[in-house]
Design a protein around this ligand. Structure first.
Ligand SMILES: [Zn+2]
Length: 219
């Protein structure tokens, strides 16, 4: 499979599977910001090639081949991100775009060498686990989105969605990074935004931002 967009589809499906290992086609369309018709077209192709189980109006599942393909792409992507960030010093809000290109053009051999050079990193710069050569993914801490928290919770940032345009550069500006402590001051029902305290400064973050930052409760 040499088609970049098919590879990106498989990765997007894998990243957005629910607890039952499925995703609804319309939700996938929403995540990829494309039409339902475009998703249906691609799902037919992926199903014909043996990468997804798909029947009209039903949730999508990855086949074993689809799952290992998606994990391999994520492995490539995340190892490149570690290299760009750790070794070359590129900031965490820039590495995703570069890795998106590099992941398609590197051989498995190069990725294995990079992994060894980096001393087998377990997480990418945004806190996502890196699948190993055999597709095994280390069980990471259980995290929740900031939108799921209650008033007065104190939390630590564990993971930030790197697939949302401009999110990382924005949250960097307001002082959020991995490991950062955040206090939840209030949840505003009318628009789903959250009032938080970071470095002793109170600020309001939108529902979209809050739903893409994943944290561990420390108090
Ligand atoms: Zn990324």
């Amino acid at each position: 499979m040499n088609n970049i967009s098919q590879e990106d589809y498989l990765t997007a499906i894998f990243r957005n599977l629910d607890d039952a290992g499925e995703i609804k086609p319309n939700l996938l369309a929403e995540k990829l910001e494309i039409s339902n018709a475009a998703v249906t077209d691609m799902l037919r192709k992926l199903s014909r090639d043996g990468f997804v189980d798909y029947k009209k109006y039903k949730s999508i599942k990855l086949t074993n081949d689809g799952e290992s393909y998606a994990k391999n792409m994520l492995r490539r992507h995340r190892i490149w991100e570690v290299f760009l960030n750790q070794t070359l010093g590129m900031s965490w809000d820039k590495v995703h775009e570069e890795a998106e290109k590099l992941e398609h053009s590197s051989s498995d051999e190069l990725i294995n060498l990079l992994e060894e050079f980096l001393d087998y990193p377990e997480f990418d710069p945004h806190g996502y686990p890196i699948p190993d050569k055999n597709g095994k993914i280390k069980k990471s801490k259980s995290v929740v989105a900031i939108t799921e928290l209650s008033e007065n919770d104190i939390v630590k940032v564990i993971r930030v969605n790197d697939d949302v345009k401009n999110l990382l550069s924005y949250i960097t500006k307001i002082g959020i990074s991995l490991g950062k402590e955040i206090i939840i001051k209030d949840k505003l029902e009318y628009d789903g935004s959250v009032l938080v305290k970071i470095d002793n400064k109170e600020m309001n973050i939108s529902n979209k931002i809050a739903s893409n930052i994943f944290v561990e409760k420390i108090k």
